[in-house]
Design a protein around this ligand. Sequence first.
Ligand SMILES: *[C@@H]1O[C@H](CO)[C@@H](O)[C@H](O)[C@H]1NC(C)=O
Ligand SMILES: *[C@@H]1O[C@H](CO)[C@@H](O)[C@H](O)[C@H]1NC(C)=O
Ligand SMILES: *[C@@H]1O[C@H](CO)[C@@H](O)[C@H](O)[C@H]1NC(C)=O
Ligand SMILES: *[C@@H]1O[C@H](CO)[C@@H](O)[C@H](O)[C@H]1NC(C)=O
Length: 291
Amino acid sequence: MLVLVVLLLSLAAADALTAFPPKFQVGKLNGDVVVKCDTSEPWVTWTLDGDPEPMAELVVEGRTLTIRGLDQPATGNYSCWAGPVLLDTTYVVVSDAREEGVNVSCQAESYRGSFHCFWSWPHSAVFRARLTRSDGSSGEWVPVSGHRGRFSAGFTDPSFCPFAEELHPLQLQLEGLSDTSYLNFSVHFFIRDIVRPDPPQELTVQRRGEQLHLTWAPPASWPLPKSYFALLYRLQYELPNGTQAFRYVEGAEELELQEQAQRVRISCRDPYANPAWSPWSAWKVIGAARR
Ligand SMILES: *[C@@H]1O[C@H](CO)[C@@H](O)[C@H](O)[C@H]1NC(C)=O
Ligand SMILES: *[C@@H]1O[C@H](CO)[C@@H](O)[C@H](O)[C@H]1NC(C)=O
Ligand SMILES: *[C@@H]1O[C@H](CO)[C@@H](O)[C@H](O)[C@H]1NC(C)=O
Ligand SMILES: *[C@@H]1O[C@H](CO)[C@@H](O)[C@H](O)[C@H]1NC(C)=O
């Protein structure tokens, strides 16, 4: 799992944005912001969050509105109108020096070029994300849904090749807008560093005399062929006196156990890349031996 601390900013929120606005502009606190109305109309009127009252620090000239000394009350939804007809809308936010850390974690369950990322942001905000792929091309911005300040999104790099060594890291760019402020950060990583497989499947236990014969299968999401995409398996089992023990298996999907285990579970990882173990399978309870 990749954990990055990214510095960004925040301001207290007023009304919640529910979607990433198509057009937005970021200004510095106390700086000037010029908002242009995209129209051929020579004269327009402006509203801020639907309110037609012009604020003292706004200067209107034709299709251009200048915000002098941007502060929090001057942020929001600037719309220009020709009478009752809405012409254009720009969301204005402030980029401020107040900084906070955000942890972005990304995980892939295999080498297929798909992964997902998650992060928390305590303030009401909307996010969008864009992936710069392994071939250097940029994807589209995609909106990221959040719930109670927790955000997660899945991404796929269509140019990702599971058989080639990754030469360049992927870059994920994230933009967040709270009602008054803008945040912008990016994370870089290799898929090989964020792979955490799903748990192995179909763990079965058979008694063979005094021995236990265990078999299992790789996670369904793990790519083939096995000779290329190897897995190291870790089995944990519990003895009748409660002691727990581990066995490691590479290059096979079975194991003979001499001891009288009561229950067993299994996880796996890529033996060569970043050592993130998969989650454990559920415990498999083993019936008592017949006497
Ligand atoms: C901004 O205001 C316009 C006009 O009222 C509205 O159509 C638009 O949805 C608003 N945009 C946002 C992001 O609130
Ligand atoms: C980010 O994650 C690290 C490790 O998980 C943790 O120590 C740190 O407090 C986190 N920072 C924030 C701002 O959540
Ligand atoms: C967001 O960050 C990127 C990279 O640091 C930068 O190029 C871009 O201009 C930033 N966008 C805004 C709106 O500040
Ligand atoms: C539990 O049993 C195992 C195997 O029979 C033995 O090696 C181990 O010492 C025992 N542990 C305890 C705490 O009794």
